[in-house]
Design a protein around this ligand. Sequence first.
Ligand SMILES: [Zn+2]
Length: 580
Amino acid sequence: MLKRVLLILSISAISMTINAMNYSVSFSKVKSHYVTVDVEFNVRDKAYVDFKVPVWTPGSYKVREFSNAFENVSADNLEIKRLNKNTWRIFTGGQSQVSLSYDVYCFTVSVRQSYADEYYAFLHGVSVFGYIDGYENEQIDLTIHPNDNWANVEVSLPRTKNSKHSYRCSNYDLLADSPLAIGNFDTIDYTSGDVPHKIVMIGKGNYDLKKVMEDFKKISDTQIEMMGSHPSSQYVHFVYNVSQGGGGLEHANSQTSMMPRWNYTNSNKYRSFLGLIAHEYFHLWNIKRIRPKELGPFDYEREVYSEMLWIAEGITSYYDDITLLRMGAYSKEEYLKIITSQINRLENSPGKTVMSLAHSSLLAWVKAYLPNEESSNKTISYYNKGMVVAVILDLKIRSSSNYSLDDVMRKLYVDFYLENNRGFTYDEFVGVCSEIAGKDMSIFLNDVVYSLKPINYDIFKEFGLDLTIDRSYSTKPWSGISTELKGDRIMVTNIVSNSPGVESGLSVNDEIIALDDWRLKFKFEDYLSRYKIGNRIKIMYSRDGKMRTTHLRFSSNPIIKYNLLVAEETNKKLLGWLNQ
Ligand SMILES: [Zn+2]
C-alpha cells in the first residue's frame, strides 16, 4: 500500500514538470565528418541557461573531453558566452523558446566515441548530445534526418507516432545511453524473454548472420533464465565490424561490441567474441540495474569514484564465461582452464602485493585507464582479481548453503533495483552475500577486497578439484626483462620490479645491442637458454642514441604456474557447479 501511494505521488510530480525537449540530428556536413544537432526547448522565464557536454562516458572510467569535438554552438541570434571547456551560457533575451544548434566532429571508430562519413554514422550518446543544466529529467523527443541513401536508423528507443525516425527518451540519461547507427546495415531479429532483440551489423564481415543470431539468442536465453526476467522492452546488439580492434560497451537497452571483420570463421576468436557479447549482455543487470550506489545517476562533468568496480566488472567477467559453459559453448575442461589462466595472471602480477581490489576500482581513472610501462608492477586489474574473487565467492556460498552467487545477483536485482531503484553500499553487498550464504562473509570479502593478503584457494578441494603449483620455472635463469623486436632493433618493453633487470640499470625503451660483446639478432629472452642462474653477463645497449654498457646477474625465475585438475569426477558439489 505504501508503495502504491509513493508511485502515484511520483507520477503526478513528473507530469507537472514534463516539458518536452526536441533534439534532431542531420548530416549535411557529413563528408567532412561533422554531424549537426539542433535542440529546441522552453526556457520558461530564465535569463540564461547553461549548455553542457559530458567529459566522460559511463562504463569507461576516463576523462575523454567530448567537448573537444563541438563546434559552431549557436542559438538563433542570442548571446552565448563560453564559460569553460564544456559549458556554453546562453542568454535568452526574454525568449521563451530557444533553438540551439551545433556541429560535432565524429571521426573516431570506437565503442565509446562517434564516427560519421558519407556511408554511415555511429553516434555514441554522450559524445554527441550535450544537455541543458537543470533540464536533465525533461522528456526528450529525438528526430533523425538520415541521408537519402541510408535505409537504416537503428536505436533502442521507442518510436513516437508522428514521424518515421522520431524516438522518445524519458530523460537525458537515456538519450546519453542510447547509441545510434544510421546507414545501410545487415540486421536480424530474435525474441528472448518475450523481448524483441535486433542485431545490427555496422560494417561487413565474414559472418553467417543466422548462426550469429542463434548464438546471441542462446546467450540471452541463458542469462534471462538465470536472472528471472529481462529488464528492457527492446534490445539492440550493435556489432561494429572493423579491420582491427575489440572491446565493448554496455548500455541500458543495448550494447556495442567490436569484432575484427574476418574473425567469424576462426572458431576460437568467434568464441571469444561470444564471450564479449555475453559480458556486455550481463551488464544489462549487473551495473545498469544492479549497481554500486555511486554508479548512477551520473555526474557527467567529473570523475565518479567507486571501490566496487570489481563487482560490476569482475562478477560480470565470471558470468560471461559461465554463460558460455551453461549454453554448451565451453566444455567443463575448457572452462576450468579459463579459471586457471585468470589465477595464473593474478598470482604472477607483481602489482598484487601493491594494490588492493578496492583501490584498483577506485583509481581506475588514473591507473587502469592511463596505463604506463610501470603499471604491471604497481597495479592489478579489477576484471582479473574481481573474476577470481567471484569464483571463490560462488564456491563458498555453494559450500555453506543450497544457494549460489546466482541467488546473490537475483536478490540484489530485486531488492535494490526493482523494489527501490537505487544502488547498494559495500556493507549492503556483504549483507546480501552473508544472508544467501547463511554465514558471515565479511571477513572473507574484507580480506580479498581491502587487504593485500594472498587469496586462499582451499575451497577448490571441497569441489573435488586439485589446484597444483608448478614451480619448475625456478630452475631457469631470469632477468625480469621483456623485449620486442621492432624492425631490427631489440627494445626493452617491460622490467619487473625488484628483478635483476632493475639492478642492471636497464630501462623500458632501451635498445639492447649486444650480450657479452656478441650482437643480438632476436629478442633478448631467446638467448636465456645459453645461461644458468647466477651467470653474470655484459650488456651493451643504447639509450636515446648514447651507447652504454652494464652487467646483469641472472636469478631464478619466480613464475609459478597453477593447474586446476579434476580429482573427483563425481563430486556432487562440482557437478552442481559445472553441470547446472
Ligand atoms: Zn564490462
